[in-house]
Ligand binder design. Structure first.
Ligand code: ADP
Ligand code: MG
Length: 342
């Protein structure tokens, strides 16, 4: 099976939008370079040692791994189970996705079948339930009863993006671990290791670009590195921005400053380039505008104007999320920015 990297995500052919040209990938590096042991899970300095101590004492509580995408939640759960169970890993560990399209009943039946039999060479089995915050609150109630029913024979590790989306009785049954976006220096080190292993030549600018577009999401960083390297073993900044459908920070900044200078037509043609040449969605553009405005210092933008621009960005982001026409809304946003012409 072939995969493609689109927008930093690994997708199948049927999910690539028409008209977008991508090179296929044989073996996804996010699997090839998935940490096998806990010590290989980078960042997460407060979490890894605690998980390692569970493998020493041969016991662990139910756990909730909460945090953004691509920061090592699944990897940590799998590595923990591998270290815990050794060669009995496959028989004692079950990985499920709560948002399984066949429904929560299938999930519960799978859990039941798995939990019914005794663990091999261990007091309990471990069940990892990904995306548990995707469950409705009814389904969460059912999950909670399942957790209670099998407390003797199973430990649950739930992963989620927002722990607040889980009902209180589940939260209170779990020790919560908050995973954080990875730091640039940690990502940098790991990306260099992968590049070396794959015999790539990645220059400083290209690495910085990968770190910029992936915002602490290591899955995205690895996908982008792999996609950029399918074209050439020598990875350059341009390819990184291309395969990730992100603009260079300078392109966004220029568009903003043109709008602030009142040069609407010029700003608008920059917007065209972003959306048609880079293939960015309206939401991608607005998120990058947000990032650049927030990052400008007092010399580039006085704080009073900054606050006013934030207000506008918030309003137009909301309109996009509500489904208004992207082009019209972004042009209107640029028009709003023009009111701050000095
Ligand atoms: N903390 C990390 N240390 C090393 N690699 C990581 C880390 N987080 C993510 N990765 C890389 O990204 C891939 C996806 O990570 P994963 O653990 O599935 O993220 P999550 O479950 O938090 O979304 C991994 O296979 C690995 O290549
Ligand atoms: Mg995961």
């Amino acid at each position: 099976m072939h995969y493609y990297v689109y927008n930093g995500f690994l997708v199948q052919f049927s999910q690539v939008p028409l008209g977008v040209d991508l090179l296929p990938i044989e073996l996804p590096w996010i699997e090839k370079y998935r940490p096998e042991f806990l010590k290989e899970v980078i960042g997460q300095k407060e979490i890894v040692p605690r998980l390692q101590s569970y493998t020493k004492t041969r016991n662990c509580p139910n756990m909730l791994f909460s945090g953004p995408a691509g920061v090592g939640k699944t990897s940590a759960a799998v590595a923990l189970a591998k270290e815990f169970f050794g060669k009995e890993f496959e028989r004692n560990f079950l990985e499920l996705n709560a948002s399984d399209e066949r429904g929560i009943d299938v999930v519960r039946k799978t859990i039941k079948d798995f939990a019914r039999t005794l663990a091999f060479n261990s007091d309990f089995k471990i069940i990892f339930l990904d995306e548990s915050d995707a469950l409705t609150s009814d389904a969460q109630q059912a999950l909670r009863r399942t957790m209670e029913k099998y407390t003797k024979t199973c430990r649950f590790i739930l992963s989620c993006n927002y722990s607040s989306r889980l009902i209180e009785p589940i939260q209170s049954r779990c020790v919560v671990f908050r995973f954080k976006p990875l730091l640039s220096k940690d990502m940098d080190k790991r990306l260099n290791e992968i590049a070396k292993e794959e015999k790539l030549e990645v220059d400083r600018k290209a690495l910085d670009a990968i770190i910029y577009v992936s915002m602490g999401d290591m899955r995205k960083a690895v996908n982008v590195l792999q996609a950029a390297s399918t074209l050439n073993k020598k990875v350059e900044e341009d390819m990184v921005f291309n395969v990730s459908s992100r603009a260079r920070p300078s392109e966004i900044k220029e568009m903003i400053s043109l709008a602030l200078k009142g040069e609407f037509l010029e700003a608008r043609s920059r917007l065209d380039a972003l959306m048609y040449e880079h293939g960015m969605s309206g939401e991608d553009v607005i998120l990058q505008i947000y990032r650049e405005v927030i990052g400008m210092d007092e010399a580039e933008l006085n704080s009073k104007t900054k606050v006013a621009l934030m207000d506008i960005i918030g309003e137009y982001n909301f309109r996009l999320v509500e489904g208004a026409n992207e082009r019209i809304q972004l042009e209107a946003l640029l028009a709003q920015f023009m009111k701050f012409k000095e």
